[in-house]
Structure formats: structure tokens, C-alpha cells
Write a protein that binds this ligand. Sequence first.
Ligand code: GUN
Length: 281
Amino acid sequence: MSARVLDGKALAAQVKQEVAARVTAVKAKGVAPCLAVVLVGDDPASAVYVKSKTKDARECGIEAFDHRLPADVSQATLLALVAKLGADPAVHGILVQLPLPRHLDSDQVIEAIPPHKDVDGLHPDNLGRVAQGRPRFVACTPQGCMRLLALAGVQLAGANAVVLGRSVLVGKPVALLLTSANATVTLCHSKTRNLAEVVASADVVVAAIGKAELVRGSWIKPGAVVIDVGSNRMPDGKLIGDVEFAAAAERASAITPVPGGVGPMTRACLLENTVLAAERS
Ligand code: GUN
């Protein structure tokens, strides 16, 4: 293996220290940063994510509360909770864990979060501002990817960046951020032809498709930087990325591991957005 493995866990620990210092400073001004996390239903993976988000927050001195609603909750009840949190001056950040049960309209719920409390960066106002190159809150996973690219020291201006996956949560905002950083961006998806060839042209690959090892190591251009957003749970319980790690690491100059790459950075960026919301309040 020749690639440098980009240690998301270590970078996240550093970000958390910086957040903790900012929390102390803003508390000295009489503002106690507070994050409200809303979890609907009992999807085990979502429950784990929510638990780790509130734990991380508390470790940095941020107050964190989770609001749990039953899987069969009505849209009106969920919207009423979001409105209540939105109006509460003690709450600086609101995160509604996705995906929501199918009978709920997640777009409408996200839109009900006041944009200045949308620490997840998913409100259309916040995504739109990213598109305009004047972000208020950047979504946590895309921001985590950009921080890992900065850690890799890659020169984005003029680089060919290939993003796999066009989700609103990751692919689209990552493509916008890379564009703002002056990369030449290709956004690939399930209908893309000759995916292997497109990936082989990339100086930077961001894989966010949710299919274990779909990106083969042999596709990677020698020296490329690879960010693997995938987190696919295998039947044996192991977590596998969207990239064939060992083979890709033979060719890449730097690559993120799964787990321990993007995941910890997503969580750290949420803390950063939450303290930012409190500082602005
Ligand atoms: N589910 C998976 N990732 C995320 C995320 O970044 N934010 C929210 N709200 N839900 C998620």
C-alpha cells in the first residue's frame, strides 16, 4: 500500500478541541450552546447516530437534548415540535434525523426549521446559499469531505474532481463546494456511462453512492485522492466503504478509511455548526 491514510478520527478530535474552546468563550458571554436532535421511530442505525451526536456535543460542552417521537407520529405533531424548537431562544441548532418514516414529508419538515438553526445545512435556503458560493451552514458530511481534502493537501484549483452520487445530503453539495474551490467537477450517478473511465480521469474522487466497493481500485488514477463517504453494513456486521480500499490504496496518494474517515468528520462538523449558530445568536 502506498497511499497516505487520512485519519478522520484524529482530525475530528482536533476539531472537537477547537469547538470546546469556542463553547467556553461563548458561554463566557452568557450564551449556552444548545442542540436539539429529533428522532422519529426506532430505526436502530438512526438511534445509534443520534446517541453519538448528543454524546459528542456534551463532550464539547454543548447542551444536547433528543426528542423522540413514535414511528406513527403525524406530520402535524412533528411540525409542531419543530416549530416549538424553532421559537425557543435557548435552542441554537435543530437536527431532524433522516430518513423519516415513509408517511412523513421530510422536505416539509426540513423547511420548517428556521434556516439560522439548521445546523445540518439541509434547508433549501442553506443549500441555495452553498450554490451561490455564500454559505451560512454547510451540510456536515460535505463539509467533512472538504476538510479531509484540505488535510490531504490537494490543490483543488484546476483539479478534475469526480463525485459519485447525486444525493441532496452529500453528492450535490460536495459538487457545489468543489466547484467553489475551482475544481472541474463531474457529478456521476446511476445513469452515468463508462463510470470506470470517468473515475480514471479524476485527480479527486468522492464516492457517495451507498454500494459496497462499487468503485474498483483499478479505476483509480495513480496519485489521486480518494474520499469514501460509503458506510455499508455487511451481513457479518463489518462496515465497508463504496471504494475497494486495499486495491485503491495501491494507486491513490491519499485515501480515507471506512470506518474512521468521513464518519467522524461528519459528527465533528455538526458540532462546529452548532457552536457557530450559538456565536451568531
Ligand atoms: N442521516 C444520515 N446522515 C444524516 C445527516 O447528515 N443529517 C441528518 N439529519 N440525518 C442523516
